[in-house]
Write a protein that binds this ligand. Sequence first.
Ligand code: ES4
Ligand code: ZN
Length: 318
Amino acid sequence: MTMPTVELHLHLEGTLEPELIYALAERNGIDLPYDGIEDLRSRYSFTGLQSFLDLYYANMVVLRTEEDFADLTRAYLDRARRAGVRHAEVFLDIQAHTARGVPAAVALGGVTGVLATSEADHGITSGLIITFLRHLPAEDARTALEEVLALGFPVLGVGLCSSEVGPAAPFKDTFDLAHARGLHRVAHAGEEGPAANVREVLDVLGVERVDHGIRALEDDALVDRLVAERVPLTLCPLSNLRLQVVDSLADYPLVGMLERGLVVTVNSDDPAYFGGYVDDNVRELTRLLGLTPDQLATLARNGVEAAFVDDARRAELT
Ligand code: ES4
Ligand code: ZN
């Protein structure tokens, strides 16, 4: 059975396990507003994207130093290796850190320092995607990108995430600048928002992959286009379940999407919050949908096709 070995939709801050939150809080002398690890874990129950985002942003308070960001990244890579991941493209919400007074160089230094040796230390090639927050003004994203570019840390691409509110069009100049600097472009769309949001990020932001995109299924012509253009969709089943984007995983539309020829991949999104890493996501779908070895092989192939890697690495991953 060929399991997927590429992870393309993963928020580093979403890998903050309660144990690490408490360890970092203690190291940094931060008082957390919870009654311990179990109390914190009991709050990992969400009614939708915003109720999750509120806790996700609040918990970032423990990330203060370069070492904190390095420890976060290392913990993810350790777990991803156990999941069988061999290539990971990870998101970092840089604005969520600069907005609370953590310099971009601290966050980027900690993350990229660990990613630089991920192949040697974890057997995982990796890249960093800077994700802009859609709920903040687009000018803030532009400023963030300019700062990231000026600092010169290695970056693979840019993305757009957070609440799917308002048009994506104001972010066009930021995405154009990223493209001009040779960066790849992705965006969250069609998670809680409608299929029209998927069209918009393709047409206006020029994205090469769509994160989630599950609601594209509501628009047949859009599905035809995604198939024809082989635009990958990075699905996150446990995330969709926990954020009530879908009612149950037993009728998750994965098989229909594969049969229509959509380039779908399975990913973990914010695994510490949604009850599982990428292996858990694949195992749950396999159990509930009875995925065949052929379907699993297609998912694995799709991940390799959708990855931003050179031909040599693509050949190794295949
Ligand atoms: C996210 Cl699940 C999800 N959706 C949108 N933005 C996000 N940032 C972190 N997790
Ligand atoms: Zn996401």
